[in-house]
Design a protein around this ligand. Sequence first.
Ligand code: LHQ
Length: 262
Amino acid sequence: MSSSETILVSLDGGVLTLTLNRPEKLNSFNEEMHIALRAAFERAHAEDDIRAILLTGAGRGFCAGQDLGDRDPSLGVPDLGHTIETFYNPLLRLIRSLEKPVICAVNGVAAGAGANIAFACDITLAARSARFIQAFSKIGLVPDSGGTWSLPRLIGEQRAKALTLTAEPLNAEMAADWGLIWRAVDDDKLMDEATGLARRLAEGPTRGLGMTKRAIQAASTNSLDEQLDLERDLQRQAGRSADYAEGVAAFLAKRKPEFKGK
Ligand code: LHQ
């Protein structure tokens, strides 16, 4: 495992595990952590050996959003739009455009941008003790990191407005019931379950999985006709992949496929 101070990075079995590592600040973002996390996602885009990403946090929290000590208006009025443009939006775009599965294991509280980053990942598991807090309204801000886009899509306008306007915490079980995350898991099982899932996906037909992610995401802005055309085009590409050939050969031979991600 190599470590910058703020993000722990390890690559094992095709899974790039990224651990937010400022536990004394509940893994809230400073610029150093942003830069390190972005570099790790850029690496995930670039390297074929990386076939799934697992994002989690060190210590008792997942991520408490922006480090507010770093953006303290008493030290001079900050340009938060610049912070968003420079750090949060590029991160969100990197996660969403990565054509590989991004698993998120929410090990503890996820607040502000921390919650919305978790919701932007492809499959999010959370420890039963974890809470999600749209903390922005408590400090006079608006939700960012895609929250105003993902929340109404995932849970509808009423619930999205109630969560963001009140900043009431939502527990993991309820987040799963509402469809904000995939599953709530016993605390002591979270990392085993998340790692197992990431490993399994890393052994999958990466190109097909990546195109599946692209298609599902495109659905929120496409018409049915556009989506049907997209499915045709992606299926054409998938049908030419080595992994499709392997999948069919394995099926016909009644053996387990060995996908190479190509
Ligand atoms: C923190 C933080 C934190 C610094 C805990 N900063 N130290 C984007 C662009 C630009 C600017 C603004 O924001 C954004 C997006 C955003 O994310 S805005 C939302 C920012 N986040 C918040 O407002 C959440 C603030 N944190 C909390 O409300 C609580 O810490 C939660 C509910 C997350 C957890 O509560 P507790 O479990 O009771 O823990 P704690 O409050 O005691 O925190 C533990 C330590 O972590 C503590 O430090 P200390 O030295 O006293 O032990 C906190 O000060 C520190 N910490 N969040 N965001």
